[in-house]
Design a protein around this ligand. Structure first.
Ligand SMILES: [Zn+2]
Length: 80
């Protein structure tokens, strides 16, 4: 049986690294019997939903500069 440590690591990485079908099946079996890992998975999903909601409310939150700031910098550069 998969160890909790491995399952939580793979659940955390799954959004960035695709898991094999075999690994997904192992994790699904583990989640059926382990409430700790189910809880971890639910927390990850909740965090992803909150991050998506925050990004939807603040499109600039992705690290890019707001359009207004970009326009001001561009104006200053073209003054010279
Ligand atoms: Zn577990």
């Amino acid at each position: 049986m998969a160890a909790c440590r491995d399952v939580t690591r793979d659940l955390t990485l799954a959004s960035e690294v695709p898991l094999t079908t075999y690994r997904r099946a192992q994790i699904a079996l583990h989640l059926m019997i382990c409430r700790h890992c189910r809880c971890h998975k639910a927390q990850l999903e909740q965090m992803q939903r909150l991050l998506q909601a925050a990004q939807a409310q603040q499109p600039e939150a992705d690290g890019s500069m707001p359009a207004e700031v970009r326009a001001r910098i561009s104006d200053k550069l073209h003054e010279r």
